[in-house]
Design a binder for this molecule. Structure first.
Ligand code: MF3
Ligand code: CO
Length: 252
């Protein structure tokens, strides 16, 4: 079953989305050579708690941190550690928060200093593919229209879509129905209705789509060792356009 959220609930999800947005903006200032995932994780936790919110990932299925910090060939779910970022790295930061049971979730990939032209393109295309997907999150569309649109856009540039990890409904749980693959045929799956809240999150590899999980049990990496990017927003379906709840456009 896919939840339909009331105006009051959307407001709460939006407030959590707002805190995630502000957290990512804060962290952006520290995406420089020499910073570490551990430092970012500490800053994020402090900030989130100072706003009266709680980090949503810590403890989720045993995940051990506030943020996921995934460097270069790490696609998602990297555990923050003491490695220093270097010029030319890319760092994907995924953040979720909860307050009074309502969740927000968003991710961005940042460049550390100067990155190569093809990596720059990877970030640009991945972010734009998220917006291609968000455009399809309108009443009457099928859930698979989102992923179809993302895939079509990404593959045009010769990049590849990760298949094993998907977006998700969000609201009173971090992960709710429906699953939102970032690939596939249009016109399949749940028909979108006003008030559905979705976390759309393309993961795009510069090289081949295949991935593996590191021995830490969490970090997902590309098999070919090439970089991967991840952008995510929490949105609510409306009749004319999806409203983004994690981009700071909401009062909160
Ligand atoms: N933002 C991730 C997602 O959308 C959540 C990280 S999973 C966790 O699925 F276990 F690390 F929390
Ligand atoms: Co998510």
């Amino acid at each position: 079953m896919v939840n339909i959220r009331s105006k009051g609930e959307i407001d709460r999800i939006g407030k959590s989305g707002r805190v995630v947005f502000d957290t990512l903006n804060l962290l952006e200032n520290y995406i420089v050579p020499g910073s570490t995932g551990e430092e970012l994780n500490r800053l994020a936790e402090e900030y989130i708690r100072s706003q009266g919110y709680v980090p949503a990932f810590n403890g989720y299925m045993g995940y051990p941190a506030t943020l996921c910090v995934s460097i270069n060939d790490a696609v998602v779910h990297g555990i923050p550690d003491r490695r220093q970022f270097r010029d030319g790295d890319i760092v994907s930061i995924d953040c979720g928060v909860v307050k009074d049971g309502y969740y927000g979730d968003s991710a961005r990939t940042f460049a550390v200093g100067e990155v190569s032209e093809e990596v720059e393109k990877l970030l640009d295309v991945t972010e734009k593919s998220l917006y291609r997907g968000i455009e399809k999150a309108v009443v009457g569309n099928h859930v698979s229209d989102i992923g179809h649109s993302i895939q079509e856009y990404v593959e045009e540039f010769g990049f590849s879509i990760v298949r094993e990890l998907v977006g998700h409904g969000i609201g009173t749980e971090l992960h709710e129905e429906p699953q939102i693959p970032n690939f596939g045929e249009p016109g399949r799956g749940t028909i979108l209705k006003e008030g559905m809240c979705l976390a759309i999150e393309p993961m795009v590899n510069l090289g081949l789509k295949e991935i593996y999980t590191k021995p830490d049990g969490w970090t997902i990496c590309t098999k070919d060792g090439k970089p991967s990017a991840h952008f995510e927003h929490t949105v609510v379906v409306t009749s004319d356009e999806a409203r983004i709840l994690s981009n700071g456009t909401l009062d909160g």
